[in-house]
Design a protein around this ligand. Sequence first.
Ligand code: AMP
Ligand code: MG
Length: 290
Amino acid sequence: MGTVFRITAYADDAQPALRGAFDRVADLDNKLSDYKPDSELMDVCRNAYAHPVPVSDDLFRVLKTALRISADSDGAFDVTLGPVIRLWRLKRVPERQQIERALKLVDYRNIVLGDHTVELKLPGMQMDLGAIAKGYAAEEALKLLRGRGISRALVAASGDLAIGDPPPGKTGWTVALEPLHERHVRELQDIFVGTSGDAEQFTEAHGIRYSHIIDPRTGMGLTKRIGVTVIAPDGMLADALGTAISVVSAQRGVAAGQALAHKYPGVEALIALDFVGAAEEQGNHHQDHE
Ligand code: AMP
Ligand code: MG
């Protein structure tokens, strides 16, 4: 999944369970990664055009949640962005024509889920689970530890956290949430955190900074600097909603981003704009009042 998973756990003999948790993450990497040509996901992309292909429980669950968030965000979140994301991975701004061509393959409504099957409506579609798989894997690793009797644990996949019961003698895990320049320190337990933003991954050209988060309407990386941290009762939601709220906030403002978060019970979103974005946002409000 292109990141490092780190597990912190309090237990007498944690080693075998930790091994199991990392094996579970590796298993999910083999299923959900689009960096591995022989992953289940890549296999499905090659074989599911115009006929339903049976898939693992894991892939099915991730796609089901992904499609729900796509529908709830009016397509701001879209795992069929693969062809566009591949262009941006070359670390330069793609040509307009290339983007136009790739965008023809992008529309989550062309993924059809059946009874544990997946069908793709267009040839050449490429799914990318980069915005949802880490949160799922972190939650699954935590579940595995719990199943082996280790509940005081925290699984971190860079900005995606699965947080279990508190360390001994504590009332929670102390977590610093840092969307962009903001900093919120919280005591958290039995909850999931996802963070999206362009702090680490972006492409820069002619003084413009393009995020690795893409607006599916244009095929362009976001240029408004937005950082989103989501706290959610589900790992996939925490991860994917961070990305979805980033796109919605860039398209329609922070209030629209918060409205998306509020569609999900128990979800809290911290949305930070840089100073330019914040000033624009103020300007919008001003206009609204007028
Ligand atoms: P995250 O770091 O969780 O925000 O996920 C970012 C990753 O999600 C990117 O590296 C892409 O692989 C993928 N991605 C980018 N834009 C979108 C989008 N609009 N919808 C779904 N996935 C996206
Ligand atoms: Mg995410």
